[in-house]
Design a protein around this ligand. Structure first.
Ligand code: ATP
Ligand code: MG
Length: 231
């Protein structure tokens, strides 16, 4: 479903970390409502850096960047949290809180937003069941496997029903059957209207899902339409 409304737009954007040569030097891309993109490229190419610019953790050091139609480079700092709340992020390194249970970790974004537990308890359980962790809701992250933590992080990113889902290697720690299940979940959420960007090294998965691919290399981004192929 492409309704045409632009969610993300970069125009000749660059990012350099603290005076180092630019990690990303020439990013131009646009993602519209309801679109799905894979993000590929070698390790260190800048996939995570690009996702960080999108969720406003890093500002591009040059060029232009629009998020949900707003000029994110010109937006005042106070306007950023509202934009960020529309994005669900699955971080490459999970970022779970070790002293909270799986349930509490997933529920955290709702709790922080001041939503009453009655309104999200079922969603949290349903998501945890969906990712195969219904029996581990009361477990704390240090007692979970890497793949289980990844699935908790995934559930947490989805609980607020974001308009834009950014997933950084969401299948890096799970077995092939679970990878496929997770990817199908993204495809389902995309069908329901969410825009999705998934950074991954798993080209087999990219090919099996058959969504367009953005490939980052040498600081720039190239587009390919179909079932992946290029690594
Ligand atoms: N906070 C930072 N400060 C300085 N350099 C950074 C920082 N974050 C990333 N980099 C550098 O920017 C480059 C791109 O890193 P990034 O994490 O975006 O790559 P990636 O494509 O996600 O790699 P991977 O596939 O290994 O996850 C790397 O050379 C990295 O060392
Ligand atoms: Mg990365």
């Amino acid at each position: 479903m492409d309704t045409g409304k632009e969610i993300v737009r970069f125009e000749n954007a660059g990012l350099s970390y603290e005076g180092a040569p630019e990690t990303l030097s020439d990013i131009s891309l646009s993602l519209s409502e309801g679109e799905f993109r894979f993000l590929t490229g070698p390790s260190g190419a800048g996939k995570t850096s690009l996702l960080k610019m999108i969720y406003l953790a890093h500002r591009p050091t040059r060029g232009r960047f629009f998020l949900f139609g707003e000029d994110a480079m010109a937006a005042p700092r106070e306007a950023l949290p509202a934009l960020r709340r529309r994005i669900g992020v699955v971080f490459q390194e999970f970022r779970l809180l070790d002293h909270l249970t799986a349930f509490e970790n997933v529920a955290l974004p709702m709790k922080v937003a001041g939503v009453n537990q009655n309104q999200y308890r079922e969603d949290v359980s349903e998501l945890l069941n969906w990712v195969g962790l219904g029996h581990r809701m009361d477990a704390k992250p240090p007692t979970l496997s890497g793949g289980e933590k990844q699935r908790v992080a995934l559930a947490r990113s989805l609980v607020s029903k974001p308009d834009l889902i950014l997933a950084d290697e969401p299948t890096g720690n799970v077995d092939p059957a679970m990878s496929e299940r997770i990817m199908k979940l993204f495809v389902e959420l995309n069908k329901l209207g969410a825009s999705v960007i998934v950074a991954t090294h798993d080209l087999h998965l990219v090919q099996s899902i058959g969504k367009p691919v953005l490939r980052i290399n040498d600081g720039g981004v190239s587009h390919s339409a179909g079932a992946g192929g290029a690594s």
